[in-house]
Design a protein. Structure first.
Length: 77
């Protein structure tokens, strides 16, 4: 390989690494990775009734989609 090509590849890889490092440092400084309350709040406010309601909603969604798909294609002959 030509030394110019190697130098360019080295420069580009160092710049990409520097951008990645800058992004991680920026995220740490702006508290992008600190979500310590999500897990605790999820268990605190998610009771059995809310879970049952979510399950019913999901079942209704599946039934509606099945009904729409059967209406779109019609009954089998």
């Amino acid at each position: 390989m030509d030394t110019g090509v190697l130098a360019m590849m080295l420069f580009v890889s160092i710049m990409l690494g520097a951008f990645g490092l800058f992004g991680v440092i920026w995220g740490i400084k702006n508290h992008q990775f600190e979500d310590y309350r999500k897990f605790l709040d999820g268990t605190k406010y998610d009771d059995e009734d809310a879970l049952n309601e979510a399950a019913k909603l999901e079942q209704r969604k599946k039934e509606t989609l099945a009904k729409k798909s059967s209406q779109a294609y019609g009954p089998p002959d």
